[in-house]
Design a protein around this ligand. Structure first.
Ligand code: GLN
Length: 249
């Protein structure tokens, strides 16, 4: 069970988003509230990606250690302000390596990506889908993990010009067919649009007229948080959000 979030809206500091809320992502790393799917702490690494100004590619900071034990992120968070942020804390699935390169967000160009869940039957169940990727993509996976392969599958579609909502939905549906029982909560953003799938884990959304926050679990008791139902895909900008069934065409 990892925990992840994406924020789009008026610039905030990383500290305001990740540290200050009563059930912040940092707190969720050692005391997550929603433990339905097992796992107890998210201490196998973390990462944050942010867009420092409109039009620039994101900056990423990730480490293989618990977020609470890294003094640098605490300092950076106080002075780093952004209007688009994706962050994750990781609980490695059994058998997967604990490495910085296995921590989300995964990055290419404008894109940041995260996965909360696990692919059932890994790695053999992924043979047919992995086999359809260019060999170069397999040789350059960030890490030997299900999440890194999921990113390669999404990225392959993005590179081919597939629109981001469809790239995520198609990937979730294909993996769910190849590996039934997988948990596939994905997050993808280019700093303007955020896409999230709800497939096996919780996800909540909180909107204001100028911002959207999608998170594995609410980070405070604001009544505006809404749980997104299982099987849904959310596509949001700072000012608009739509939800549809993952399986809809
Ligand atoms: N399976 C992924 C990993 O090990 C994600 C784990 C999770 O969601 N807890 O990195």
């Amino acid at each position: 069970m990892c925990r992840h979030l994406v924020y789009l809206g008026p610039p905030v500091t990383l500290r305001e988003l990740l540290f200050d809320p009563p059930a912040s992502l940092v707190r969720q790393s050692w005391a997550p509230q929603d433990m339905r799917r097992g796992g107890s702490i998210n201490a196998d690494g973390f990462g944050v990606g942010w867009y420092s100004s409109d039009g620039d590619d994101p900056v990423r900071y990730r480490r293989a250690q618990p977020i609470w034990s890294d003094p640098t992120i605490a300092q950076l968070a106080g002075v780093t302000r952004a209007g688009a942020i994706l962050a994750a804390v990781r609980s490695a699935t059994v058998g997967m390596p604990v490495l910085e390169s296995a921590a989300a967000p995964f990055l290419e160009g404008r894109w940041l990506f995260s996965h909360n869940g696990a692919v059932r039957g890994w790695p053999d169940s992924m043979a047919p889908l992995a086999g359809a990727l260019p060999v170069r993509d397999l040789l350059t996976l960030d890490a030997a993990t299900d999440s890194a392969l999921l990113w390669a599958l999404v990225r392959h579609r993005l590179r081919a010009g597939v629109e981001p909502g469809r790239a995520v939905a198609e990937t979730v549906v294909a993996v769910a067919r190849a590996a039934p029982g997988s948990r596939l909560n994905l997050l993808l953003t280019d700093g303007h649009t955020a896409v999230a799938s709800v497939a096996g884990h919780s996800l909540s959304i909180r909107r204001t007229p100028t911002s959207v926050l999608l998170a594995s679990e609410p980070h405070d008791d604001d009544p505006d948080w809404q749980a997104v139902p299982e099987g849904q895909l959310v596509v949001a900008t700072a000012t608009e959000a739509r939800t549809c069934a993952l399986l809809a065409d």
